[in-house]
Design a protein around this ligand. Structure first.
Ligand SMILES: C[S@@+](CC[C@H](N)C(=O)[O-])C[C@H]1O[C@@H](n2cnc3c(N)ncnc32)[C@H](O)[C@@H]1O
Length: 175
């Protein structure tokens, strides 16, 4: 799989992706699963407070990034797989899917059902919308079945002012 430079995980972009600031409660002591983490930089500050953090990413190019991260965080695990084929013999307290649902080749109901099967009761889903409409129905299904805890724009500060990205980050709780 070809790798392209991913500017949204550069230091400056991470600083301005505003959900970075106050999401501790969704990670503290939790068993976390993140799909499509790319380099894994976005949520690194939450790795130390999580109980266990698993990255599931189809692009093997990022292995060198994950090996480096594992040297700093012994509770970090990774698997090269896509959402569609991923299977686990455990369930999770928090599932993270940032800008990833548009890449998944399943219909929205199947995507939701798989998230539901992996998520513990009272668990959290942190999900970012796409800039495309693909699979956005997943969010409508989440609205009907989960409790929406937070909704915020993806960027703050100068990034928001520049209007370069219109995504939102949503947090749901499984009731
Ligand atoms: C737009 S990037 C988002 C990266 C990161 N989550 C972020 O917000 O900075 C999409 C990521 O999803 C991964 N991806 C693509 N197809 C996927 C699939 N079917 N299942 C899981 N991840 C996938 C890509 O390799 C990439 O890392």
């Amino acid at each position: 799989m070809k790798h392209t430079h991913y500017i949204r995980q550069s230091y400056l972009f991470c600083v301005y992706r505003n959900y970075m600031y106050d999401f501790q409660k969704y990670f503290y002591g939790k068993n976390v699963l993140e799909f499509g983490p790319n380099k894994g930089a976005l949520f690194e500050k939450y790795y130390p407070i999580s109980n266990k953090y698993t990255l599931v990413e189809p692009n093997k190019h990022f292995e060198k990034n994950y090996i480096k991260l594992q040297k700093r965080h012994s509770n970090l695990y990774y698997e090269f797989n896509d959402f569609e084929a991923f299977n686990a013999n455990e369930t999770f307290d928090t599932i993270v899917m940032m800008a990833v649902i548009s890449h998944i080749k399943l219909d929205s109901q199947k995507i939701y059902s798989k998230i539901d099967s992996l998520l513990n009761k009272d668990g959290f889903l942190i999900i970012e919308t796409n800039n495309t409409k693909r699979n956005l129905d997943v969010l409508a299904i989440c609205d009907r079945n989960l409790e929406k805890v937070e909704s915020k724009t993806s960027y703050n500060g100068i990034m928001k002012w520049l209007k370069i990205d219109y995504r939102d980050v949503l947090v749901y709780r499984k009731v």
